[in-house]
Design a protein around this ligand. Structure first.
Ligand code: TPP
Ligand code: SF4
Ligand code: MG
Length: 290
């Protein structure tokens, strides 16, 4: 049944991102997905870190929590434990998620807490003017390491939903983020989405080719492959290691056999954040100090 929510109900302040930045696409897609799932703004919380993309909660009319660099995941997890009745979305840049917050990226998925994490993966530290992020290819702007592998790490860490999309294909992103939220809302647990994001200012070219052309030529929609089975983790790893001529996009893995942490431990029926504070008589203790 539709409650009649429209995309416009999520409009808020005007973003300050560079014109052409992929973060606009992520913002617009999120509004569409929330409206299509009939999620009232007061029932949603977006928790972000620090970075260009992490300003997103300022630009959308839902509850927002702009935390510190690298920490959207643990804060979102704590929030979901206290208020499992709310829809909690964690969002952060690739610096946030795979650099300073990498420990959380490994440990939060295995808790199977019912939140979605969206990684704004633009290959750079945008806010601090373009240093290479952990996902930057070796050699890019002085990076001396092999890049971090978001999908492989999410699979290995135990995420029960793992997907990849990109900012050049908004309808694909809408499909993927909606499926991620549906996974969480069905009580199956943690969902991770790697969003390959355009940074027009500091990372407009991918191996010398314009961002859009590069990924348009190579995007390979997993859900258009009739032989691809996203419930098979070995196939998911095989696809995750594919790169070069084909860049797989879509749902790599979906496990609907597990329960989210908040369901397994009964928090959903008795949200800790809504329990009444009990009155405690402290008069005897206070007497000691009088
Ligand atoms: C603890 C801490 N370390 C470093 C910084 C400086 N800092 C702010 S944003 C940022 C990187 C942002 O990059 P990313 O997370 O990829 O987000 P983007 O700006 O690309 O969206 C850094 C290093 C900080 N604010 N706090
Ligand atoms: S620097 Fe890059 S990521 Fe930051 S707002 Fe500009 S285009 Fe977007
Ligand atoms: Mg970044």
């Amino acid at each position: 049944m539709s409650s009649g929510l429209t995309v416009r109900e999520y409009d808020y302040k005007k973003p300050t991102w560079c014109p052409g930045c992929g973060d606009y696409t992520i913002l617009n897609v999120l509004k569409k997905v929330f409206a299509s799932l009939n999620l009232p703004p007061h029932r949603v919380v977006i928790v972000s870190g620090i970075g260009c993309g992490s300003k997103l909660p300022h630009y959308i009319r839902v509850n927002g929590f702009h935390t510190i660099h690298g920490r959207p995941l643990p804060v979102a997890m704590g929030l979901k434990i206290a208020r499992p009745d709310l829809t909690v979305v964690s969002i952060g840049g690739d610096g946030d998620t795979f650099g300073i917050g990498a420990g959380h990226m490994v440990n939060v998925p295995r808790s199977n807490i019912g939140i979605v994490h969206l990684a704004q993966n633009n290959g750079v530290f945008g806010l601090t003017t373009g240093q290479p992020s952990p996902t930057a290819p070796k050699g890019f702007r002085g990076s001396i390491y092999e890049p971090f592998k978001p999908v492989q790490i999410a699979l290995a860490a135990g995420a029960t939903f793992v997907a990849r999309t990109w900012t050049g294909n908004p309808s694909h992103m809408e499909f993927v983020i909606k499926e991620a939220l549906k996974h969480v809302m069905a009580g199956y647990g943690f969902a991770f989405v790697d969003i390959i994001q355009y940074c027009i200012t500091y990372n407009p070219l991918i191996f010398g080719e314009p961002f859009i052309t590069y990924y348009k030529k190579r995007e390979y929609d997993l859900q258009k492959d009739p032989d691809y089975d996203p419930s098979d983790i070995i196939s998911a790893f095989r696809m995750a290691y594919m790169n070069g001529d084909k860049v797989p996009m879509g749902i790599f893995y979906r496990d609907t056999s597990k329960k989210a942490l908040e369901i397994e431990y009964g928090l959903i029926d008795d949200p800790p954040g809504l329990r009444e504070l009990k009155e405690v008589d402290v008069s005897e203790i206070l007497k000691k100090y009088m």
